[in-house]
Design a protein around this ligand. Structure first.
Ligand SMILES: Cc1ncc(COP(=O)(O)O)c(C=O)c1O
Length: 361
């Protein structure tokens, strides 16, 4: 086992496509005849700028980003955006609406409270975030500067199946389902995503912003957090996370060979169904999320017996399926099946679950 790759069900950082890792390995010490690694290259060099521009163009193409919106790369992961969003968009004494459908929206709303008034537009906390609030339940505030939601709740295993209709510009944390399906970017004022699930190694967030929303930051906003500056300097006001952007470029080329986001949408639904079918026909396992809110990226389930859950996670690791232990907020198990998880990994996990059930009746 030690020399083989395993099926890594980690919620993030998570699996990258094997061919991407192999290309990166091949190019590691001498990229394209430059005599150096991408890690060693000036971000202002012609060779690196070509990688940067190609990656940005391919991301624009993959998500059909309209010309009204700009793509920026920012360090600090998704959490950095929890602060950057209110600092840039709330304005003086501003109000923002937050839909609380899980942990990360909660954390983001607490951060936003430092800079203005936060209205909790909806919350699924009453049933431990096992469901997604309906459109009719969203309480929108007149004059809100933006409406915030998290499209996929990585910890609880729930996913928004609709894009909220809101009067205020829509802001979305898409960290754990970006590039898994087509998205109507034009409906969003701002989309951000930490890259460490479906895009690249950790260390960066992709931000897609309606250019009209830039330039309204609070006066004390750190320059490093300003969307306006990032747009003006094309994400290069300081040294960008060069290698992460290069890896994103490789992932986007791989995505293209898989039929792009439309190809991923078909695949992710098929992969998720394999595990949900096991859960729905099992007498031992049950899914944590309500059926109509189930995430195709993070499948949460449990046996109802903590010791048995621990036994499952341990035996799964020994069998080559790692990182299946659920988050402490939910318990049980979580199988994160992002874009790079092959179908056979999911099929083998399903077979392992059935086998485990047969042995632990
Ligand atoms: C949906 C979502 N938002 C935000 C975060 C926080 O991301 P980061 O660790 O990049 O700050 C995560 C991390 O897993 C996440 O899943």
């Amino acid at each position: 086992m030690a020399n083989e790759r395993i099926y890594n069900f980690s919620a993030g950082p998570s699996m990258l496509p094997l061919s991407v890792l192999e290309t990166a390995a091949k190019e590691m010490t001498n990229f394209g005849g430059s005599g150096m690694s991408v890690m060693e290259m000036s971000h202002r060099s012609k060779t690196y700028l070509a990688i940067f521009e190609e990656t940005k163009a391919n991301l624009k193409k993959a998500l059909s980003v309209p010309d009204t919106h700009e793509i920026i790369f920012m360090q600090g992961g998704a959490t950095f955006q929890f602060s950057a969003v209110p600092l840039n968009l709330m304005g003086e004494n501003g109000i923002a609406d937050y839909a609380i459908s899980g942990n990360f929206a909660t954390v983001a709303s607490k951060e936003a409270k430092k800079y203005g008034t936060v209205n909790i537009a909806a919350s699924s906390e009453d049933r431990n975030h096992t469901y997604i609030p309906a459109q009719s339940a969203l309480k929108q505030t007149a004059g809100a500067k933006y409406f915030y939601y998290c499209a996929n709740n990585t910890i609880y295993g729930t996913e928004w199946k609709y894009v909220p209709e809101t009067a205020a510009p829509l802001v979305c944390d898409m960290s754990s389902n970006i590039l898994s399906k087509p998205v109507d970017v034009s409906k969003h004022g701002l989309i951000f995503a930490g890259v460490q699930k479906n895009m690249a190694p950790a260390g960066m967030a992709v931000v897609i912003i309606d250019k009209n929303l830039a330039g309204k930051e609070l006066p004390f906003t750190p320059k490093i957090m300003s969307y306006k500056v990032a747009i003006e300097k094309d994400s290069m006001d300081n040294t960008p996370p060069c290698y992460t952007i290069y890896m994103l470029g490789l992932v986007l080329k791989w995505l293209e060979t898989q039929g792009g986001v439309a190809g991923m949408e078909k695949l992710k639904s098929a992969k998720a169904k394999i595990i949900y079918d096991v859960l729905d026909s099992s007498a031992l396992f049950s899914g944590c999320a309500e059926k109509d809110a189930r995430s195709d990226m993070n499948v949460t389930f449990r046996t109802g017996d903590e010791e048995l859950d621990a036994k499952f996670a341990k035996e799964a690791t020994a069998a080559g399926f790692d990182n299946l232990k659920g988050h402490r907020n939910v318990g049980g198990m979580r199988a994160s099946i992002y874009n790079a998880m092959p179908v056979e990994g999911v099929e083998k996990l399903a077979a392992f679950m059935k086998d485990f059930e047969a042995k632990n009746k």
